[in-house]
Design a protein around this ligand. Sequence first.
Ligand SMILES: Nc1nc2c(ncn2[C@@H]2O[C@H](COP(=O)(O)OP(=O)(O)OP(=O)(O)O)[C@@H](O)[C@H]2O)c(=O)[nH]1
Ligand SMILES: [Mg+2]
Length: 628
Amino acid sequence: MIIGTAGHIDHGKTALVKALTGVDTDRLPEEKRRGITIDLGFASLELDGVGTVGVIDVPGHEDFVRSMVVGASGIDLGLLVIAADEGVMPQTVEHLSILQLLDIPLIAVALTKSDLVDSEWIAMVQQDVLRLFTQKQLREPTIMVCSSRTGAGIDGVRATLSSLLMNVARRRAGDVFRLPIDRAFTIKGTGTVVTGTVWSGELNVDAPVFILPSKRSTRVRRLEQHGRMTSRIEAGSRAAVALAGVEVSEAPRGSVVVRDETWMPTSLFEAVVRIDRASAQALTSRTRLRLHAGATEVGAQLTRGAVQRSTGDALARVVTDAPIVLRGGDRFVLRLPAPLRTIGGGVVVDPHARRRRLPAWSDKLALLSTDAATRLRYILEAQTTHGLQKSAIPIRVGCTAAEVDELAVATDAYVATHNLFTPAVVEQVMASVRRIVAEFEIRSPLAVGVPTRTVRESLRVNEELADVAISGLQGSGEIESAGPLLRRVGWTPSPTARDVEATNHLAHDICAAEHEPPSVGELVSRYGSSVPALLRILERQGRIVQVERDRYYDRMALNAMIMQLRESLKPGEIYAPAQLRDVLGSSRKFLIPFLEFCDRRGITERRGDGRVLKEIPEVLLDTSTTRS
Ligand SMILES: Nc1nc2c(ncn2[C@@H]2O[C@H](COP(=O)(O)OP(=O)(O)OP(=O)(O)O)[C@@H](O)[C@H]2O)c(=O)[nH]1
Ligand SMILES: [Mg+2]
């Protein structure tokens, strides 16, 4: 569990952390000199019934809000510190907004410096605090009155934190590992060490890991959790990871340690955003914003789609200046650079969005109710015929691997071997298959079916989706396959009387020409465009054999030519084309394709330009039983 402080400058955050833990987290010389916190501070707190809790102390100064966002990301409880003498101040409000945008599960208020004011004043400040939470539509917080100077109320703070954290749900088990790096330094003898809050998953010593977005791969040398050496770190803890063979510069704040290879950096994502009304009006897709996600800060621009009137929530496409690491469901904060202020934030609904027009608004997407099933449905619809790889879902959608099947059921997704598709897309592709087959039947009434390959090529969709659609139609008894062909169940070719007559002409012409039959082209010019289909009918009847792409032979004539070869050639001896021409009496134009046909059938074998007759059993000579 992790507690993060929040609150206006000088309101007593660091003093309260020290009163609770004994640790002065302001360790930089500049922090000591100026008496303010500049960078994140870390301490551990032992809480009855909870165990060791990590504490992150953040700066309150308005110039360091970016560090505050880093510290507040991934915490379980936001401790909003308000000095009783000053009450609610600008960064009290801004920090509270950030905790809310980051969806921190618990927010509690510590009213410090109670030694400086009387009880009447405290009651007044408490009212202000409650009003602020109401304005932000936040649940009424627990308010703890205390003084770090006198120690009054400090035990009460400790007890209240215990009871609040006891009821916080543990992070999901079996999730992918992620640790956003908030500090990186070198320790003599150990090398590069990075620290951060473990957002999800577990990690063991010696595990191979990656640093993103640089994709640098490395290995875990040593681990510390809440300041103690350990062999394993877990979600919801503060951890230090010693990385093998990595320079500090290769693992800067803002990069992320992950283990699974499915993590990928992104610079285009889709999100639901909520921008405060005053800023929203001036915001265009060219406005340059600062985006804070986890420990990362990056320049970004966003294009908003339809806005929901009541809440101001909008779908948005966000383009970042540099690649960042995001997961479905991640929260982020948006700030305007000049004047620097927080204007809103959002939740990632598709971290790896495709370039497209944003879809219409759906109420399910609302910032505060976007769950994993909603995100999966949204992504699947965006993926259309591309489908969504199952292995990518835990990161893309933001769920554990164990939840994937359940989510697929919840969204009615069609589950193929590797991908998920929406039922609508499967139905749409099935309709295309029906249309392609029907059109083919109309155009080629003599065909026995459409080559399955032709159907797949015309569909132009993910292979797996084509399979799903075709086998779906086979399953429902609409379509059947016949060898490499597909056809409507019940389809038979329907030759007309003219076709039958033309077939006889063709068979006759090919037979009469013996070893020099006319080409398909010549036959088309004699009898018209149905010739190729009619030839295939003759071929299926076994009356003719395709010897080259554009020429069929009468089967009897072809067998006679092969017999001629076998009778005239001595096995083992090489014959040049000229000698073979004399044997067969064919001109070169016919001879070469015929010999190549014989090579393919294993009757002859090529040696240089010449041929050797192969010893083969008589039975294989029947050309109708083997197809090229
Ligand atoms: N009287 C009184 N003074 C306090 C108390 N808590 C803190 N202070 C004083 O208030 C000043 C600021 O305290 P810090 O704890 O540094 O405040 P902070 O919120 O950490 O400030 P930043 O980190 O710079 O935002 C210091 O001089 C503290 O001694 C308190 O309970 N009572
Ligand atoms: Mg401080």
